[in-house]
Design a binder for this molecule. Sequence first.
Ligand SMILES: N[C@@H](CCC(=O)N[C@@H](CS)C(=O)NCC(=O)O)C(=O)O
Length: 213
Amino acid sequence: MQLYSFCFSSTSYRVRIALSLKGLYYDYKAVNLRAGEQRTEAYIQLNPAKGVPVLVTDAGDEITQSMAILNYLEEIHPEPALLPDDSLAKARVLELCNIIACDMHPVNNLRILGYLQSEFGVTEEQKNQWYKHWINEGLQAVEAHLLKHGFGTFCFGERPTLADVCLVPQITNAVRFNCDLSAFSRAMAIYEHCIKLPEFERAAAANQPDMIN
Ligand SMILES: N[C@@H](CCC(=O)N[C@@H](CS)C(=O)NCC(=O)O)C(=O)O
């Protein structure tokens, strides 16, 4: 397999964690988002949505959208399972994934922050205020969900699920943007636990071939 990825991309990081947890080998194809490589003609042929990640399967099929890629990996490589069998338990995991993937990530995506600056003259300070506001809103929902339905060392139990796969990259970004995360003690405890595990560490930005400062 091949993974089109950017070291600091949280959506790519989700997929890197899942590949690592499942012990799957892949070729790393770096896409420098800061240099705008996601908007080149060649890349748009690969992903018209102009983003990472893209997974190219062993058969050469291209899959975009991190949640679709995670679902594919779960079905093709079911062990270790990152979703519970029980329907309600699975819904709980996916609820948390969707808070992050649907409610939080899109409003703070690079292109949104760039548009705020280029079209509306938003200052760096205002951009950071926007970013922190949506992180805080989203993590309040995450924390409440974890307190209501979560248990164990990970989000849901003693083994990582897709909830942890989505949570860790989102918190990593929040830490990078100096957000105040003191109100989210359950989410932070899970994050601190996960990032020390070799499977998560392998997938971190610092360990990617395109790591830049
Ligand atoms: N919903 C998509 C979002 C993909 C996406 O936009 N990824 C970000 C990086 S985390 C990106 O490539 N942004 C490029 C840009 O905004 O120009 C997914 O989950 O894969």
